[in-house]
Design a protein around this ligand. Structure first.
Ligand SMILES: Nc1ncnc2c1ncn2[C@@H]1O[C@H](COP(=O)(O)OP(=O)(O)OP(=O)(O)O)[C@@H](O)[C@H]1O
Ligand SMILES: [Mg+2]
Length: 210
């Protein structure tokens, strides 16, 4: 059955993006520099999370999760979620040549509502190997597009889930909502997909804006 395993292997490799495994010390130094370039007084606020993110970027087997999933950062306002996702994108860009675009839930809602040239840009961004959603759950549940009610969050997450299944695409997200709240907002089918799409990581601490 050598032919069968060859056939199955081919299917499997189509699903992987093809990241490099990197030296963790090097990745850590890039991670710190990327963050400091963004925020001059940047400091490590969630040490365990920072260590895990470095392992994720390095594609280390020690990462405490699944490297074939994206990351969802959950935490109260001002804990540094958006900054961390931006820094993941910038670091991925430098280290793995995969920088990704980030849209907020509200931005996507507005684009869905208006159906202008931004719609095509968003459509194409949603097909990319990586994509970031800032503040998922902040958008209104439904918007009317040409008279049809569309649930923006459900639409976006379903599209990204399908990309993941077809090409191994990864999605990153931040939210102030808990998984239970997301489940209530988006329903059981999306809740189930969220578990398959994301390593869920919690950010704690005080509001860094204060
Ligand atoms: N590690 C850090 N050290 C210092 N300042 C930081 C750090 N992370 C973020 N900040 C700053 O703190 C503020 C809040 O960060 P950020 O916007 O990432 O929080 P957030 O969790 O996304 O908040 P919200 O839930 O309101 O969107 C920003 O001004 C950001 O520049
Ligand atoms: Mg934010």
């Amino acid at each position: 059955m050598a032919q069968l395993s060859e056939y199955l292997n081919k299917l499997e490799t189509r699903k992987s993006i093809g990241f490099k495994t990197l030296d963790e010390e090097h990745v850590k130094s890039v991670w710190v520099q990327v963050n400091k370039a963004q925020i001059s007084n940047w400091k490590v606020t969630n040490a365990t999370v920072n260590r895990q993110i470095v392992k994720y970027l390095a594609r280390s087997a020690d990462f405490n999760g699944n490297l074939d999933k994206g990351i969802m950062l959950i935490g109260e306002t001002g804990t540094g979620k958006t900054q961390m996702m931006k820094a993941v994108s910038l670091s991925m860009g430098f280290l793995q040549n995969f920088r990704f675009l980030i849209y907020s839930g509200l931005e996507m809602e507005a684009i869905f509502r208006e159906e202008n040239e931004d719609s095509d840009k968003l459509e194409s961004a949603l097909k990319q190997k990586m994509f970031g959603i800032d503040d998922i759950g902040e958008e209104h549940s439904t918007v009317k597009v040409y008279g049809t009610e569309i649930n923006v969050g459900v639409e976006i997450l379903s599209k990204r889930y399908n990309e993941q299944m077809n090409t191994g695409a990864l999605t990153f997200a931040t939210t102030n909502l808990t998984l239970d709240m997301l489940a209530k907002k988006y329903g059981k089918r999306i809740e189930s997909r969220i578990h398959e799409m994301f390593n869920v990581i919690y950010l704690t601490g005080n509001d860094l804006r204060k």
